[in-house]
Write a new protein. Structure first.
Length: 451
């Protein structure tokens, strides 16, 4: 999910550009994740002009009082955190499967710091790999999107990756302020479930497109609802929720009538954001935690969280997809996808192959030996299918299904069709506050046929 406070990089809220690279775990290094308001961060970036950026580059060595006299902005308050993240990611060059993802991360970070020339340099190197990164709609580059060098980069990307629009709108809400985040399909009743961030609740969508309340946020006192998933055994509903303002998160369990069966809050010792989950047939759950940058196995009976092993530090983990045989789970973060073997507790990074990237995925789904990803954090969002090898370690074919989407987050499988949230409007939501009510639009659910 992405929210105004989520900019692909630091967000406040995971989203909006939802926390691109904002939270990470230095593999036992003891680093404490922090959350920065992305909306505020992006507003700072959007306020920079090329002229001011040039002054920053030329006058960086001048005294702060002279800068203030000239009206040059002081350094961002989160600059230290951004540089710390950059160092952690830069150390992965040559060690992670997707070089382009690292370069794009660094380009966005430089842009947020006002370091224009390094940002352009990293973008050029990233685009040269022809993986699919498209900075044209990334708010981090708003200050330079009219420059000649930036336009050349964008033109090359659009030449290498022309638009794909083989999808249609399936449902449209009447309300404009839903800010939808999670979507799930119930094959037993042919219903879709849709979660709302702004009005904490879960809605149900009939085959005819009628939208009605399923779980009332007021009655159940819900936090903003994020992921929704059916239990594979009894068809009950599991969901995650997160209150950005209070830095609280919960896992919730509802019966088929929408009645609350259980709620499992996060620890009070440090911040959590339970983002997505997958339900196992043995009753356990697998949960991504964006703020703590971890993946857990959660046992609702004992309420015990067990951290799963990863082969590299995670950066804002979000989507999670379980294979049909439940032998492995795929976890998506800003730099790619990790495959965790649930039988041996070993982890390997998925190789995206040449001219492909599996970075920046929010919603992730397993379908017929392929991963379906909603890539909301690669600049210009897209939906793609990644066909994997028999051993599950390599992408052998990438099929782009939809591009130029407004603000997609997650989706749901219905047979060989993939339904997805087209416009979450997460970039217009900062915690519980709408940034601009004049631009609100009805929520749209799109559908595309899978290859």
């Amino acid at each position: 999910m992405q929210r105004a406070s989520h900019s692909p990089f630091l967000l406040s809220v995971h989203h909006p550009w939802r926390n691109y690279g904002q939270h990470f775990d230095c593999a036992g290094a003891g680093a404490t994740p922090q959350r920065t308001s992305v909306s505020g961060a992006h507003r700072g970036i959007l306020g920079l002009s090329l002229c001011i950026s040039s002054l920053l580059l030329v006058g960086a060595a001048h005294a702060q009082d002279e800068d203030n006299l000239r009206g040059a902005p002081a350094e961002r308050t989160d600059a230290r955190q951004i540089r710390s993240q950059m160092n952690a990611v830069e150390n992965l060059l040559g060690k992670t499967a997707d070089r382009g993802a690292v370069l794009y991360f660094l380009a966005v970070s430089h842009a947020r710091l006002g370091d224009i020339l390094p940002a352009i340099d990293q973008l050029q190197k990233c685009v040269a790999l022809k993986e699919g990164f498209d900075p044209s709609k990334d708010p981090a580059f708003a200050a330079i999107n009219a420059s000649g060098d930036f336009r050349k980069i964008v033109d090359q990307v659009h030449k290498d990756f022309p638009p794909v629009n083989d999808w249609r709108v399936a449902f449209t809400s009447t309300d404009k302020d839903l800010f939808p985040e999670g979507l799930e399909y119930d094959p037993a009743n042919d219903f879709f479930y849709l979660s709302s961030l702004y009005h904490p609740k879960i809605l149900r969508i009939s085959p005819e497109g009628k939208i009605e309340s399923f779980v009332s946020g007021q009655r159940t006192k819900l936090l903003p609802v994020m992921a929704i998933h059916l239990d594979p055994v009894d068809g009950t509903l599991w969901s995650t929720s997160f209150d950005e303002d209070a830095q609280r998160s919960e896992i919730l369990h509802f019966d088929r009538a929408g009645e609350l069966l259980g709620r499992y809050p996060s620890s009070e010792h440090f911040a959590h954001e339970f983002h997505d989950l997958a339900a196992l047939r043995d009753g356990n759950l697998l949960v991504t935690d964006t703020l703590a940058a971890k993946v857990y196995r959660f046992d609702p009976r004992t309420q015990a969280f067990t951290t799963l092993p990863v082969s590299r530090p995670l950066f804002s983990p979000k989507g999670i997809a379980l294979t049909d045989d439940e032998k492995a789970v795929y976890v998506a973060d800003q730099l790619g996808i990790l495959r965790i073997d649930l039988q041996t507790d070993t982890c390997v990074e998925l190789d995206p192959g040449t001219h492909s990237t599996v970075a920046g995925i929010d919603g992730l789904y397993w379908h017929k030996d392929a991963l379906i990803g909603v890539q909301s954090d690669i600049g210009n969002p897209r939906i793609a299918a990644f066909h994997v090898s028999a051993d599950g370690l390599h992408v052998v074919k990438t099929t782009v299904l939809a591009t130029s989407l407004a603000s997609p987050t997650t989706g749901a499988l219905r047979g060989d069709d993939f339904y997805f949230i087209v416009n979450s409007q997460a970039d217009n939501l900062n915690g519980s506050h709408i940034l601009d009510v004049t631009v609100l639009q009805p929520a749209r659910i799109g559908v595309v046929h899978l290859p």
